[in-house]
Write a protein that binds this ligand. Structure first.
Ligand code: GDP
Ligand code: MG
Length: 720
């Protein structure tokens, strides 16, 4: 004997998963008659006599949506033999509302308590016996996804087919007596779904009353009942029934669901501390500080000195010079190879240990699962300012390299947020910028806060820019919702970490051997060539070179930022190609220096040109400004619009220039120099920043007003 089973349940309760598991390839997909709501039917793969219909997901049988109409009509008119009510066991209270309605249809119901795998994982427990007793129907625990207990479910369904009307919820006595009376009305007396129809009539449901017209004193009696109930309960029929259903459901779920004392996993325990409302930010700051101190101060100092002075200076540089001289190579060639290429590329590569250390720790933090927490923590803090955690993920990636960070913005759906994130993702100190930072470490360093300041400066730049931009019309809008499943912490895998570190270092080394090498050769030529086209004496300094002339020409641009000397200017401009070139320029110009000198020639060169204030301005300008040609290309590609690209570059230039200007001008005064006209201008710039930061968010005010108007409209409509 063939039987028909309907699968009903809330959206996302797992009906389709179950249906697919049951029917395999024996399924037919079409549309419900007259409407474009998907209709799926199929045969049980283990028994061709059992047919299934997968109903659309619904929260109730009250016909507010097309899906509800389709489901209700099918259940009332086609009268399947059994209903399998698929209930999401992790969300019983919400799911049982529909169950109370299904039970009134006069069709046997079996509850498939789905997602039991999740319930078990959460250490929750569901008292199935109690649930069966309260609801008056069979309950089978399953996991559609894991294919658990499904044959048992079907056996149970088969066993209840034809057993008649299931037990249903009793309402409070007064309502119950009304419903009983309506159940005896002539038109529905012999209907299978008479309980359900009676309830609908009590609710004064137009559609039901049209289909089952009452006549004579029954119409009058129904109206009396409805009027009396409305008076006694101060609510209409539908409201009374809904209320009673909710109370019943909440009672039933309270007594049968036991939330386990969520056996805290180690991850949960760590997160309790690490993402704690008050501790999260200090811990984050502490970890990052430690990483930067390790990279720049601990490894940076001694190891870099050794690599720069001994390895590239004495061993490779001097060794090679000796070799070339022995071969009788020309002074030209020796200078190009030793001072130019080894000096320039060597200076860049000299910081590889620093960068490798940073990359190593970042990779460990990623692999352990901590980086995901940072986005989560920052989201919680900066959501108030309209910034979403989604934006922080690419920005945090910018610590490695801006190019993947810019491409990573593709995960952000909102165009506004995406463009804004692209503009901000290059503010972080990437590996190449770390080169510049490390070059100044010996000059500016010594204090513990020197290293982390660049990272937190980058975060500050992101936050300040984010708040300013978010308040403009162009970028307004609520922050994108950020839902993120935090992965479990696990021990870092040496293989993953080393692979990620190597991958990042490799990029750096390849760049040093190609674009940086090329840039170094160009710089060497320009610094060796005098303005009248002849080569300078290779041991003379480069003051009279073409490079110096170019530098002096652009230096006035940077004078307000405190580094209006030709070397700093020319290195900054060349650094737009790639930030390593800044270091490369200093490397070429300093040469590889004297063997056994107290100070490395590069540090000596830097020290002769900068004060603390101008050094900070120089490094911050280089950190915030256009990072490199590769990143510019990525910005252009991802913006995919000339206008937006131009705006992004313009913003980056203005932001980096004005911040470096303020840093130098205020820094000078802090160093004890006299305040002057420029200090006043810096004050004005600061005031402008404050205005943009703290002004009212116009678009937000408008949006709130709009929502309020809308609400009033609804209220007016309802009271009419
Ligand atoms: P429907 O809207 O009721 O058709 O629900 P679906 O069958 O599309 O399932 C919704 C989501 O729940 C999907 O991502 C399924 O993979 C998932 N899901 C379904 N059943 C289970 C289960 O037993 N355990 C778990 N963990 N996930 C499930
Ligand atoms: Mg579905």
């Amino acid at each position: 004997m063939s039987i028909t089973i309907a699968l009903a349940g809330n959206p996302n309760s797992g009906k389709s998963t179950l249906f697919n598991e049951l029917t395999g390839s024996n399924q037919y997909v079409g549309n419900w008659p007259g409407v474009t709501v998907e209709k799926k039917t199929g045969m049980y793969k283990k028994d061709k006599e059992v047919h299934f219909t997968d109903l659309p997901g619904i929260y109730s049988l009250s016909p507010y949506t097309l899906e509800e109409v389709v489901s209700r009509d099918y259940l009332i008119n086609e009268k399947p033999d059994v209903i399998i009510d698929v209930v999401d066991a992790t969300n019983i209270e919400r799911n049982l509302y529909l169950t109370t309605q299904l039970l009134e249809l006069g069709i046997p119901v079996v509850i498939a308590l789905n997602m039991m795998d999740v319930v078990r994982k959460n250490n929750d427990a569901i008292d199935v016996k109690k649930l069966e007793k309260s609801l008056g129907c069979k309950v089978v625990e399953i996991s559609a996804l894991r294919n658990e207990n499904i044959p048992e479910l079907i056996e149970t369904a088969k066993s209840v087919a034809g057993t008649g009307e299931p037990k249903y919820q009793r309402f409070s006595p007064e309502i119950e007596s009304y419903i009983n009376e309506i159940e005896n009305f002539k038109v529905i007396e012999n209907e299978k779904a008479k309980r359900w129809l009676a309830v609908k009539m009590f609710e004064n449901d137009e559609k039901v009353l049209k289909e089952f017209p009452l006549y004579g004193n029954e119409t009058k009696r129904l109206n009396e009942i409805i009027a009396k109930a409305e008076e006694d309960f101060d609510d209409d029929g539908e409201g009374i029934i809904t209320d009673e259903r909710y109370n019943f459901v909440s009672e039933v779920s309270k007594e049968s669901v036991k939330k386990g004392r969520k056996g805290m996993t180690t991850s949960d325990k760590i997160d309790k501390v690490v993402t704690n409302r008050f501790l999260a930010i200090p811990i984050f700051a502490g970890i990052i500080t430690l990483v930067y101190i390790l990279a720049i101060n601990i490894v940076g100092g001694p190891v870099t000195d050794w690599v720069n002075d001994v390895f590239f200076g004495e061993w490779i540089g001097e060794g090679f010079r000796g070799f070339l001289e022995a071969q009788g190579a020309s002074e030209f060639l020796t200078s190009l190879l030793v001072d130019g290429i080894i000096g320039g590329v060597g200076a860049v590569l000299g910081f590889l240990p620093v960068i490798a250390t940073l990359f190593l720790f970042i990779s460990i933090l990623e692999d352990v699962g901590y980086m995901a927490r940072i986005a989560f923590i920052l989201d919680r803090v900066f959501r108030k300012f309209g910034l979403s955690g989604k934006s922080f993920i690419p920005i945090l990636m910018g610590t490695g390299c801006s190019v993947p960070a810019i491409m990573g913005t593709r995960t952000i759906e909102s165009d506004n947020d995406r463009r804004m994130t692209i503009m901000m993702s290059s503010f972080m100190p990437c590996g190449a910028k770390l080169d510049v930072i490390a070059m100044f470490a010996a000059f500016l360093g010594g204090t513990w806060w020197y290293a982390p300041i660049w990272y937190f400066g980058g975060i500050m730049a992101v936050v300040v820019s984010g708040i300013i931009l978010k308040k403009t019309k162009m970028f307004s809008g609520d922050p994108a919702p950020f839902v993120m499943e935090l992965p479990e912490y696990h021990m870092p895998s040496a293989k993953n970490v080393l692979k990620a570190t190597w991958f990042r270092c490799k990029g750096f080394i390849v760049k040093a051997g190609t674009i940086i090498l090329l840039a170094t050769v160009v710089i060497w030529f320009l610094q060796s060539l005098s303005l009248d086209g002849t080569f300078l004496d290779f041991n003379a300094d480069a003051e009279d070179s073409v490079l110096a002339a170019i530098g002096r020409f652009i230096a006035p641009i940077f004078a307000p930022l405190g580094f209006g000397n030709w070397i700093a200017s020319v290195s900054t401009i060349l650094g737009l190609v790639a930030k390593e070139v800044v270091v490369g320029t200093y490397g070429v110009l300093a040469g590889i220096g004297e063997v056994g000198a107290e100070e490395s020639p590069m540090v000596a060169l830097v020290a002769s040109q900068f004060t603390t204030a101008s050094a900070f301005a120089f490094v911050f300008f280089n950190q915030f400004t256009i990072p490199c040609f590769a990143a510019v290309g990525a910005i252009r590609e991802e913006m995919n619009s000339g206008k937006w690209f131009g705006f992004a570059i313009g913003y980056i230039l203005i932001f980096s220039y004005t911040t470096a200007f303020m840093i130098y001008q205020f820094g000078r005064v802090l160093q004890g120099e006299r305040a002057n006209f420029m200090t006043a201008i810096a004050g004005v710039v600061l005031a402008i920043y404050c205005y943009f930061l703290f002004r009212k968010d116009r678009s937000k005010i408008e949006r709130e007003k709009y929502l309020k108007d809308d609400k009033e409209k609804v209220i007016n409509y309802e009271s009419n």
